[in-house]
Design a protein around this ligand. Structure first.
Ligand code: GTP
Ligand code: ZN
Length: 356
């Protein structure tokens, strides 16, 4: 088995607490995700008690481990050497930041060179795709003699490739804002999330007014006041109706690409006082893990290569332009703050370059 199928199986295995082997340029790493493991699984995985703990650069920096490495490469994964007291509970404390403030760290821990760096980085990527904490027990080498079951990095790339995205179906969808709206559903064979586009009004020769909306269950469905997603979604649809021709892309990139559970972990850290940027970093994720290439591909399938984009986020403009979509105009999309999201909006302005 190879390619996207192998990746799908590996993602499933990670969520179930089963080991996964990844082949890199210089060898194989066999990994057990800490979040879904337990002491019994760990003992079966690591019979010699030698497995190290693999963390992301951001998590290691939070734990003050990153600067121990010689010739530290920014953003490179960090391996914590196994010592006697690094048992399952201690590894969980390394993996999960929710107890950072409550539980003073044990240790000392020592960061050592990661043996197969590209496979380690790929493992962290897979954790994000699987929606689990990016932290693993890791053993160098494969568990079967010929490594035939090791996932390749090309397999993971194929899984994330939006090139196979295609229109699955389309239908009329009368919505409160526009009774003549049309919904278009997109699918890749590999990824579970099905993106949709909502077409509002009718093409009139002008570039459509487009909104890239990333899924936010809490804001879109539950009316969360912690973010601005719900009001932005509503205002985007209203703006398209007023304009006469627009396309809303609803992208299944919950939590800026880290998934619902990890976003809610970030919320728990925000309850402890960390902002949206630091919360992601403490968890071990990029501040923004989204790939807007998928939006460019959707626009291409809808035959739109020139758009007006509703956003305050210059990174969205840059990503679309890089993927061949001409953004002829950026239309600001700021909404009034409330008591719960004021700090979040200020952080976006001050730390992530949003033009608010
Ligand atoms: N990880 C994380 N994701 C969040 C947080 N708050 C909101 N989100 C997610 O952020 C995404 C919404 O971002 P967007 O509305 O596209 O906003 P943006 O990138 O700031 O850009 P514009 O709104 O276009 O200016 C959704 O996927 C939300 O689930 C948070 O504190 N942490
Ligand atoms: Zn939101």
């Amino acid at each position: 088995m190879s390619g996207p199928q192998a990746t799908a199986r590996a993602i499933d295995a990670m969520r179930r607490g089963w080991p996964v082997a990844i082949a890199g340029a210089s060898g194989v790493l066999t990994l057990l995700a800490i979040e879904s493991a337990d002491p019994v699984r760990l003992a079966a995985f690591d019979t010699e008690g030698s497995a190290g703990v693999l963390l992301s650069a951001g998590r290691a920096a939070t734990l003050k481990l990153a600067n121990q490495r010689e010739a530290a490469v920014p953003d490179a994964p960090v391996l914590v050497a196994r010592v006697a007291w690094l048992n399952f509970a201690a590894a969980t404390a390394l993996a999960d930041p929710q107890f950072d403030l409550a539980t003073p760290m044990k240790g000392p821990f020592r960061a050592i060179a990661v043996p197969v760096a590209d496979a380690a980085a790929a493992a962290l990527r897979l954790a994000r795709i699987a929606g689990i904490l990016p932290a693993f027990f890791v053993i160098e080498g494969g568990q079967d003699a010929d490594n035939t079951h090791a996932l390749s990095i090309a397999d993971i790339d194929a899984h994330e490739d939006a090139g196979r995205l295609a229109i699955a179906t389309r239908a009329r969808l009368p919505i409160a804002h526009a009774e003549d709206a049309e919904i278009v559903a997109f699918r890749t064979p590999e990824a579970a999330g099905e993106h949709v586009a909502l077409l509002i009004g009718a093409p009139d020769g002008r570039p459509p007014l487009v909104r890239l909306h990333s899924e936010c269950l809490t804001g879109d469905v539950l009316g969360s006041l912690k973010c601005d997603c719900g009001p932005q979604l509503d205002a985007a649809l209203a703006a398209m109706v007023a304009d006469g021709w627009g396309i809303l892309l609803y992208l299944r990139q919950e939590g800026r690409g880290i998934g619902l559970v990890n976003k809610l972990r970030a919320y728990a850290l925000q309850d402890q006082g960390f902002d949206t940027v630091d919360a992601n970093t403490r968890l071990g994720f990029a501040v923004d893990a989204r790939d807007f290439g998928v939006a460019a591909r959707m626009l291409a399938l809808l035959k739109q290569d020139r758009i007006r984009l509703l956003t305050n986020n210059p990174a969205k403009v840059a990503a679309l332009e890089a993927a061949g979509v001409e953004v002829v105009e950026r239309v600001p999309h700021a909404l009034p703050a409330n008591a719960h999201n004021a700090r979040y909006l200020a952080t976006k302005r001050d730390r992530t370059g949003h033009q608010l």
